[in-house]
Design a protein around this ligand. Structure first.
Ligand code: FAD
Length: 322
């Protein structure tokens, strides 16, 4: 049974980090088939490598609109691949573009979208998707009864094992973009702070909240993140107070993370924050208020002042590295 995977690309047309995760999810359901859209002449940069990540076949659509016309080329390529291989499901990443693609594709092929999926499995030949809903308060298993399941997959720890390497045979396909399309004239990714690990898909995240008190003091969060080789996150209150840019925000209206380790420093644990991090495998919280809601979901908690506890933690971790 075939499963289509839309591969996200970096601005230099390499497979994005999410590709391995999506192909791993697809391999749980059937034969992963990658779908890649690039401008003409750029497909060879990415397609041959996808076999190593588990793609049995790679549908490669090279078209002039790729990179300037948002999402329509991807929808057209997936539509063509669906007609060719009759998949049991289509997986796309849970990004802004991915969600847009999923909705448009569902309308076009009469499929059904299931968003923010954290895990997938096959049960009695049906695709079962696990999602975290109502701000993370419930975990739901659902099966789509009407039409092709089109799932947006969140990167996270639920799907840990990669797909076995496969042949990655490249199949070239031609697509045409129908109807009026928006054109992006100036497309730029928000730059990563130099030397910082990308929050999206990070294995370890250290986040700071309003409890850090100031932009200068937020350096403590970065020090612990450096010690642990972790990405840096923040609560919305820390972002609103100007300690860090919005790209750091974890939560309902920020980035959703699902790392192996999440360390929350001076964060109360509001439902909107928890929605973006509570599927982390191990949660460590440091907060001076013993009643802070973050302790309800923490695996390890320290009631204490971050400015007293964190420097000791850093010293101890550094000492153990020697
Ligand atoms: P606070 O709630 O003020 O908590 C600060 C914590 O720090 C307290 O628990 C305090 O005990 C502790 N503290 C203080 N000093 C110290 C110290 N020295 N040492 C140790 N602990 C200390 N929030 C998000 O994070 N992400 C979102 O995506 C998000 N989206 C939202 C969307 C909507 C529609 C709404 C209404 C809200 C959203 N929020 C979001 C905001 C959310 O409701 C909370 O206001 C926010 O998460 C609080 O951030 P905080 O925990 O840093 O601050």
């Amino acid at each position: 049974m075939n499963v289509l995977v839309l591969i996200d690309l970096t601005p230099s047309y390499q497979a994005a980090k999410s590709a391995a995760h999506l192909l791993a999810a697809a391999s749980r359901l059937g034969r992963p088939i990658a779908v890649v859209v690039t401008p003409p002449g750029r497909g060879d940069d990415v397609a041959p490598r996808l076999g190593a990540l588990g793609a049995e076949e790679v549908f490669l659509a090279e078209c002039p609109e790729a990179g300037t016309t948002p999402v329509l080329p991807q929808v057209a390529a997936l539509h063509k691949a669906i007609t060719a291989v009759s998949p049991i499901a289509v997986l796309v990443s849970s990004s802004i573009d991915g969600r847009d693609v999923a909705g448009r594709l569902a309308v076009r092929v009469g499929g059904a979208g299931n968003y923010e999926v954290v895990d997938v499995r096959l049960q009695d030949d049906r695709v079962v998707a696990t999602s975290s809903v109502f701000g993370g308060a419930y975990t739901v298993d659902s099966v789509i009864d009407a039409g092709l399941p089109i799932l947006t997959i969140q990167q996270g720890q639920a799907i840990e094992q990669g797909a076995p390497a496969a042949s990655g045979r490249v199949i070239h396909c031609e697509i045409s973009i129908d109807g009026p399309a928006a054109v992006a004239e100036d497309l730029a990714e928000a730059p990563l702070v130099e030397g910082r690990i990308d929050l999206k898909g990070a294995a370890k995240v250290v986040s700071g909240g309003r409890g850090l008190g100031s932009k200068e003091s937020f350096a403590l969060v970065e020090s612990l993140a450096d010690t642990l080789s972790a990405a840096v996150g923040a609560s919305r209150a820390a972002v609103d107070a100007g300690y860090v840019p919005q790209t750091y925000q974890v939560g309902q209206t920020g980035t959703t993370v699902s790392p192996q380790l999440y360390v929350a420093l001076g964060i109360s644990g509001a439902i909107q924050h928890r929605a973006g991090m509570q599927t982390a495998k191990t949660i460590v919280a440091i907060n001076k208020d013993a009643d802070a809601p973050i302790f309800e979901i923490a695996d390890f908690g320290i009631v204490g002042d971050v400015f007293t506890v964190v420097p000791q933690l850093i010293d101890e971790i550094e000492a153990r590295k020697k």
